[in-house]
Design a protein around this ligand. Structure first.
Ligand SMILES: [Fe+2]
Ligand SMILES: [Fe+2]
Length: 372
């Protein structure tokens, strides 16, 4: 069975980003003018189109970019019709005034091809292909590329449905276990959003891809999945836990790792890119930088960055929310609380600073998704 930090590398498939780069290389043999291929995913719940993976040979990649689809008449039309769009001369035909179009004009791209990704009759996003040559996408090139991009759509959609199946299973498991109210629903929502916010802030420093950030966002709510293995008498105990009970409670981490590893195994998903990310979040979300956390007492960089991020998001959310045994702490006091935890060496200062830098957004998240 797969376990934390020990999944053999051969089991882990290349990330989608790496696979897209390989495909781009083979496209270049036939169509050498293709400078960039990028895929953006569409989230129907929020109407946001989000940068996801890209392979960029010339120019700077645009990442961590979100855009409301309904704001672009042209893209909205492509989504509805499922048709491709060719722009022969970008500077003449582009909707201006968005960060994306400004960025596009700064690059040397002159022509582009946009292909909607449709899987099982569902629109899942767009593939954008750009060239530095004006009018590069003639009929022949378009035909070649549309066929090849079907491959990209297939790969992405199969990975998306796999991840969704996995999350649904994990979600069903935690619903079944009647976790304490304050640990379900909105807490999970908030900490996922906070984790993503921190990850975006430090993305450049740690070279996180958009794909990694998206998976961190999706997987962070699984951190406490192991609590379904903890007896109710301890899980629901209103007062403070005895030392012995606390030891049992700590077992939720190893139980969580076992559950995730089993689900990955049952669904033959250990090969999924970022399955390690999922295991690391569950395995290390109670580890502290100074080695005083549990279960392994890992220290510093031994704790994967994804877990250091989730820990900060989880603690910040616990401080700012009301729990049966405590009132919600105001944001500024909660920040002081985090700073104390940095001083005594428990939390990663980089992750805490990233949160402080985005305080407005953080308070928006905790107020908007406040528990009733
Ligand atoms: Fe936990
Ligand atoms: Fe939590």
């Amino acid at each position: 069975m797969a376990s934390i930090l020990h999944v053999p590398l051969s089991n882990i498939e290349n990330s989608l980003t790496e696979r897209l780069k390989e495909l781009h290389d083979s496209i270049l043999e036939r169509s050498p003018g293709v400078c960039r291929i990028a895929c953006a995913l569409y989230d129907p719940k929020t109407d946001l189109l989000k940068t996801f993976i890209n392979s960029t040979h010339t120019g700077h990649a645009i990442s961590r970019y979100e855009y409301e689809l309904s704001k672009s008449y042209q893209l909205q039309k492509l989504k509805e019709s499922g048709k491709c769009r060719v722009i022969d001369k970008i500077e003449d035909e582009l909707d201006t005034g968005t960060a994306h179009s400004d960025w596009l004009l700064e690059q040397k791209y002159r022509s582009s091809l946009t292909i909607p990704m449709i899987s099982n009759n569902h629109f899942i996003g767009f593939i954008f292909i750009d060239s530095e040559e004006e009018g590069y996408f003639d009929d022949q090139t378009q035909r070649d590329l549309v066929l090849l991009t079907k491959l990209i759509t297939l790969t992405i959609s199969s990975e998306i449905s796999t991840v969704q199946a996995l999350l649904a299973t994990a979600q069903a498991a935690s619903d079944f276990a009647h976790l304490r109210d304050f640990e379900t629903g909105r807490h999970l929502n908030r900490m996922a959003l906070l984790s993503r916010m921190i990850a975006k802030e430090i993305a450049e420093e740690f070279q996180f891809s958009d794909e990694f950030i998206e998976h961190l966002y999706l997987f962070s709510p699984l951190h406490d999945i192991g609590k379904i293995g903890i007896p109710d008498s301890i899980l629901f105990k209103p007062g403070k836990l005895t030392e012995e009970e606390f030891e049992i409670m700590k077992g939720h981490v190893d139980k969580g790792v076992q559950i995730i590893a089993k689900v990955l195994d049952d669904y033959k998903l250990s090969h999924l890119s970022d399955s390690q990310l999922m295991l690391n979040i569950v395995a290390c979300h109670h580890e502290y930088i100074n080695g005083t956390g549990y279960p392994k007492g890992l220290a510093g960089d031994e704790i994967p960055i994804e877990a250091r991020i989730v820990t900060v998001a989880d603690i910040f959310d616990a401080l700012t929310s009301k729990r049966p045994y405590k009132e919600a702490m105001p944001i500024d006091e909660s920040i002081k609380g985090l700073e104390v935890l940095v001083e005594i060496g428990k939390l990663d200062p980089i992750c805490v600073n990233a949160l402080i830098k985005n305080l407005d957004q953080a308070s928006d998240i905790v107020t908007r998704y406040k528990d009733d």
